[in-house]
Design a protein around this ligand. Structure first.
Ligand SMILES: Cc1cc2nc3c(=O)[nH]c(=O)nc-3n(C[C@H](O)[C@H](O)[C@H](O)COP(=O)(O)OP(=O)(O)OC[C@H]3O[C@@H](n4cnc5c(N)ncnc54)[C@H](O)[C@@H]3O)c2cc1C
Length: 345
C-alpha cells in the first residue's frame, strides 16, 4: 500500500526548544506545521540531557527547569494545533517539480511543504548500543532501544539494562503489564531521580520486580529470539535470567545523521545560514537553533527563539509572496489574537 502524502506549510525537523518556538511564530502568521523528531517525546536537549536542572537565562524566567520550559513551549504552541511525528528520523529530502520539498521519515511518513526548517541541534540522539558479542543476531526480533508501543510487552519477560532515568522509568512503567521485569545495572548506585530510585526500591521490596547487579555476558536464544540472558554478578557468579525482550537504556550519543547528506552548506557539522533570513544555500530550507552558524552566532536558547521569529517571516514571504504578512503586537492586534484563540481581553 502506498503511503499517504501529507501537505503542509512548514516541516520542522527537530522538536528541541527552538523547533517548538518556531511553531508559535509560524502560527501567528497563519502557517501550519508538521514536526519530526527521532526521540519519542519533544524537548531535545532540555528533556533528554537536563530535565530537572534550572536554566537561569531565559528572559523573564528567573529560573525554569528544562522540562518545565518544554511543557510551557508546548502549551504556547497548542493554539496552532501542530502535528508531531515522533520516534522517527527525517531521512530523505527531495525537491519536487512544484518547487516544494518532500521529506520522508524512517517510518515511511511522507510530507510535502514549501518550507523546511532544520532545527536539529547537534543532530539525532541515538542510543548507545551495548557491547554484547551476539547483539546483532537478536537485534531484529528481541532487542529494543526505545518503547514505541507498550502493548508489545504485555505478558512478556523483560530485561531492562541501565541505571539512569530511562531504565528506571521504563522498569516502573512496564512492570504492571509485563509477565516479569528484571532491571540489570552494573553497580549498586543509580543515576535516576530520587523519586524513581525510591519507587524502584519499594517495588523490589514488595517483590513486584527484580533488580540484579552485574553485567550481561551472554545472550541465549534461537532464530533471533532471546530466551535467556547470562549475567555475571558483581561477586563473579553467573545467573541466567528468562528474557523475551531486552531493553538496553545505556545513554544517548548525538549524530548529525542523514541531514549531512542533504547538500546543505556544512561548516564543521553546522549549517551555514544568511543571518538576515536564516535561509541555507537551498531556497526554502532554513536552519535555526544550535545547528546553524553565521558570524557572531551564540548557541543559546534565547538566540534560537530570535532566529525562529526572523526565519518565519522570511520563509512566509518566500513561500507566499502574494499574501500579506500579519504584523503587529499580540497585545493589541486582533487578527493575531484570533489566531491564538483569544476571545475575551
Ligand atoms: C547540560 C546542558 C545545560 C544547558 N543549559 C543551558 C542554559 O542554561 N541556557 C541556554 O540557553 N542553553 C543551555 N543549554 C543549551 C541548550 O539546551 C541548546 O542551546 C538548545 O537545546 C538548542 O535547541 P535546539 O532546538 O536548537 O536543538 P536541540 O535541543 O538539540 O533539539 C534538536 C532535536 O532535533 C532532533 N533531531 C536531530 N536530527 C534529526 C533528524 N534527522 N530527524 C528527526 N529529529 C532529529 C533531536 O532528536 C533533538 O530532539 C544547555 C545544554 C546542556 C547540554
Amino acid at each position: 500500500m502506498e503511503s499517504e502524502i501529507i501537505t503542509t506549510d512548514m516541516i520542522i525537523i527537530g522538536t528541541g526548544p527552538v523547533g517548538l518556538f518556531a511553531i508559535f511564530e509560524a502560527g501567528l502568521l497563519g502557517l501550519k506545521c508538521h514536526l519530526i523528531d527521532n526521540l519519542d517525546r519533544p524537548g531535545g536537549q532540555c528533556t533528554e540531557l537536563y530535565p530537572e536542572k534550572p536554566i537561569y537565562d531565559i528572559p523573564s524566567r528567573p529560573h525554569v527547569t528544562g522540562q518545565q520550559l518544554v511543557e510551557d513551549l508546548m502549551t504556547q504552541a497548542s493554539p496552532f494545533d501542530p502535528t508531531f511525528h515522533l520516534g522517527q528520523q527525517a531521512e530523505t529530502l527531495e525537491k519536487m517539480a512544484s518547487g516544494h520539498w518532500r521529506v520522508t521519515t524512517t517510518r515511511g511518513v511522507i510530507i510535502d511543504a514549501p518550507i523546511i526548517v532544520v532545527a536539529v541541534g547537534a543532530g539525532s540522539f541515538v542510543p548507545k548500543k551495548p557491547p554484547y558479542g551476539k547483539r546483532a543476531e537478536f537485534e531484529q526480533k528481541s532487542i529494543d532501544y526505545a518503547v514505541h508501543k507498550m502493548e508489545k510487552y504485555r505478558d512478556k519477560r523483560l530485561v531492562i539494562v541501565g541505571g539512569g532515568d530511562s531504565a528506571l522509568d521504563w522498569a516502573i512503567t512496564l512492570f504492571p503489564l509485563a509477565k516479569r521485569v528484571t532491571l540489570i545495572h552494573r553497580r549498586r548506585e543509580f543515576r535516576g531521580s530520587q523519586d524513581s530510585v525510591q519507587r524502584l526500591h519499594d517495588l523490589t521490596t514488595a517483590g513486584s520486580l527484580d533488580v540484579v547487579y552485574g553485567n550481561i555476558t551472554d545472550l541465549i536464544g534461537d532464530d533471533g529470539q532471546l530466551s535467556k540472558v547470562a549475567v555475571t554478578l558483581l561477586d563473579g557468579e553467573i545467573q541466567h535470567i528468562d528474557c523475551d525482550y531486552l531493553l538496553p537504556f545505556m545513554g544517548l550519543k548525538v549524530k548529525l545523521g542523514p541531514i549531512a547528506e542533504w547538500g546543505l552548506n556544512l561548516d564543521k557539522k553546522h549549517v551555514a545560514v544568511d543571518p538576515e533570513t536564516f535561509e541555507t544555500t537551498q531556497q526554502g530550507i532554513y536552519a535555526i537553533g544550535d545547528v546553524c552558524t553565521y558570524p557572531g552566532k551564540i548557541k543559546l536558547i534565547l538566540t534560537g527563539f530570535y532566529e525562529a521569529a526572523v526565519m518565519t517571516r522570511s520563509a512566509f514571504r518566500y513561500a507566499y509572496p502574494d499574501r500579506k504578512i500579519t504584523a503587529g503586537y499580540t497585545t493589541t492586534n486582533s487578527a493575531l489574537q484570533q489566531r491564538l484563540g483569544i476571545t475575551d481581553k
